[in-house]
Design a binder for this molecule. Structure first.
Ligand code: TEU
Length: 590
């Protein structure tokens, strides 16, 4: 299918450097460790590695607090190690994208150290400083400039004694927001954080918090949605703000576009496709594609601020409706999207959408998730460990013992301090399902001590899952019936039938069925080559339950009766389509 950019058909694979492979026995993953596993990724069918932040950082938010964009966190390696990784990728025809974290820096970044040094420092305006307010009740108590609540369950303002002002941080207080309103600041970002790495040979970026750089610059209070709370959710004050599209167009025009760098934006808090399209329309000249989080975050309670970890169960129809919404929204447009169900900020898919209660259902449901993801339209992103069915931490691991994430601990602390037992119980339960920590356990390579992630006797920065002897890459590489083997099959299927599975139209069937997820993928009409003009169709049937399901008459049940066209039927071993379907489906062949 000519005329399609390479990144539409490519399979991307996210590596979380701290947890992938430790080569020097310090308990932290590192870049040489990743290089030692690159053939494993090539054999899986990975085309592009997305490496989460490996820059110099105090690690308050696992590297999403950058203190120097042009040097590497010592535990991960050196600039030369990154050069070696780039060469290793390119030598195999693979590519490498980095994580661009430029909504904020670390408070240890030299720009912030200069900015906070005095009100007259030339870089003062590179961050967002505001004077205090004083409580109208006359008590004279000093108050932050606004009542905004940030993502880690605190105010978005921290007081700076030296210059007697507050600075803004949507995340941790050690992550001060950069002021994108300042042109000199934007230029420095483009030069120091973007151009530097493109010059070294990286192929593009996953762009962190891509819709948050333009704030409502009048800094008003947010309406009260949490009665009695001094801090209120305020995403409308910084998500999809007044100048965001201008800024992203400028970044693409000035640095990403001329270098042909691929860009995928992290677009959270934007559940309306109408708001997503301006970011991913080719004509807009902003991003090539985006990650939108409605599906992966199903079950997070209420608003993602106060209720993010108050889990609300959902049924398969809700999942299907969410997938459908994001599968169809670019149809007939010049936009493009992504397919993903795991990343470093979310619980493991097999625990969230499958059944991780025992080895057999865990493997079976991991394969259902594999076939589901591999047959979705858009660019496919996998997260490390998804391909072997890694699951959430064991449910009996205690938050205070094993959870390390600044967001998890922020919400847990808030629930503890609330004095509300029920809230604390629900928050602990929500974290056991949704916490970002679940995706950050060390990769399970084999059944040796520490799962082969690091040397025996070394204490990994995060505890290894107790189940690593049953779930590890080594064992699955030898087993043709393993989850890993299945992923290799479905990634191959996806590419062999890209007109259906990567570029095809998605049509949901049986929307209200509580256990079957059934959809049709139809090839677009503009097939070039020998098949020009023919419409091919595949029916994907996924059983998300543990009970066998039979549909007496597939045609009627699927609402496809009377239609013709080539039907691609693919059965995978234990995923055989029930025999009484075979005749009906075969009848459609040809
Ligand atoms: O995450 C941003 C992000 O996903 C949040 O804004 C999200 O909307 C919030 O958690 C509510 O669900 C990125 C990185 O992926 C994350 O690891 C960092 O902690 C964060 O930005 C700050 O850089």
């Amino acid at each position: 299918h000519d005329g399609k950019p390479w990144w539409k058909d490519a399979v991307f694979y996210q590596v979380y450097p701290a947890s992938f492979k430790d080569s020097n026995g310090d308990g932290w993953g590192d870049i040489p460790g990743l290089v030692s596993k690159i053939d494993y990724l090539a054999e899986l069918g990975v085309d592009v590695i997305w490496l989460s932040p490996m820059y110099e950082s105090p690690q308050k938010d696992m590297g999403y607090d950058v203190s120097d964009y042009q040097s590497v966190y010592s535990r991960y390696g050196t600039l030369r190690d990154v050069d070696a990784l780039i060469s290793a990728c390119h030598a195999r025809g693979m590519k490498l994208i980095l994580d661009l974290v430029v909504n904020h820096t670390s408070d240890q970044h030299r720009w912030f150290l200069e900015s906070r040094s005095s009100k007259t420092n030339p870089k003062r305006d590179w961050y967002i400083w505001k004077p205090p307010r004083f409580s109208p009740s006359g008590g004279g108590e000093r108050l932050p400039p606004t009542n905004w609540r940030g993502y880690f369950a605190t105010s978005t303002w921290t007081w700076d004694e030296q210059t007697q002002e507050y600075y803004l941080h949507l995340y941790h207080s050690s992550q001060p927001d950069l002021n994108w309103e300042n042109p000199a600041c934007r230029r420095a970002i483009y030069d120091e954080a973007v151009r530097f790495w493109l010059d070294r040979g990286v192929d593009g970026f996953r762009i962190d918090t891509v819709n948050k750089y333009s704030k409502v610059t009048s800094y008003p209070d947010a309406p009260v949605v949490i009665p009695g709370s001094p801090i209120q959710p305020a995403p409308e004050m910084w998500c999809n703000g007044p100048r965001i599209h201008e800024f992203l167009r400028e970044m693409r025009a000035q640095v990403l576009g001329p270098r042909g760098a691929v860009s995928v934006g992290e677009l959270s808090n934007t559940p309306d496709p109408e708001q997503v399209m301006p970011y991913v329309s080719a004509a807009a000249g902003e991003l090539d594609m985006a990650h939108e989080f409605s599906t992966i975050r199903l079950g997070t309670g209420g608003n993602i601020f106060q209720g993010k970890y108050l889990y609300e169960p959902f049924g398969l129809p809700a999942l299907k409706r969410s997938v459908e919404k994001w599968q169809v929204f670019t149809e007939g447009t010049d936009g493009w999207h992504t397919a993903f169900i795991e990343n470093h900020d979310n619980g493991r898919a097999v625990s969230r959408f499958g059944d991780d209660s025992a080895p057999e259902p865990r493997a079976a449901s991991a394969k259902v998730i594999a076939l589901w993801q591999a047959t979705l339209t858009g660019t496919l992103f996998l997260y490390q460990g998804q391909e072997i069915g890694m699951s959430n931490m064991p449910r009996d691991w205690k938050v205070e013992d094993e959870y390390k994430d600044v967001e998890s601990l922020g919400f847990y602390k808030e629930a503890l301090e609330s004095g509300d037992e029920e809230r604390l119980r629900r928050t602990a339960e929500g974290l056991r399902i949704l916490a970002r920590d679940h995706a950050r356990l060390p990769f399970q390579w084999d059944d040796s001590p520490n799962a082969g992630f690091t040397a025996d006797g070394v204490k990994p920065w995060m505890r290894v899952h107790d189940g690593f002897r049953e779930v590890n890459a080594e064992q699955q590489m030898q087993d043709p019936g393993s989850v890993l083997s299945f992923y290799k099959k479905v990634l191959k299927l996806r590419k062999e039938h890209g007109d259906l599975f990567i570029h095809g139209r998605f049509r949901l069937l049986l929307p209200e069925d509580e256990s079957l997820f059934v959809y049709v993928k139809e090839s677009a009409d503009h097939i070039v080559g020998p098949d020009a003009g023919t419409k091919r169709r595949a029916v994907v049937v996924l059983n998300f339950s543990s009970t066998e399901r039979r549909l007496p008459d597939v045609g009627a049940a699927l609402g496809l009766d009377g239609q013709s066209g080539n039907l691609l039927i693919t059965t995978f071993g234990e995923h055989k389509i029930p025999s009484e379907w075979a005749d009906t489906l075969r009848a459609w062949e040809g």
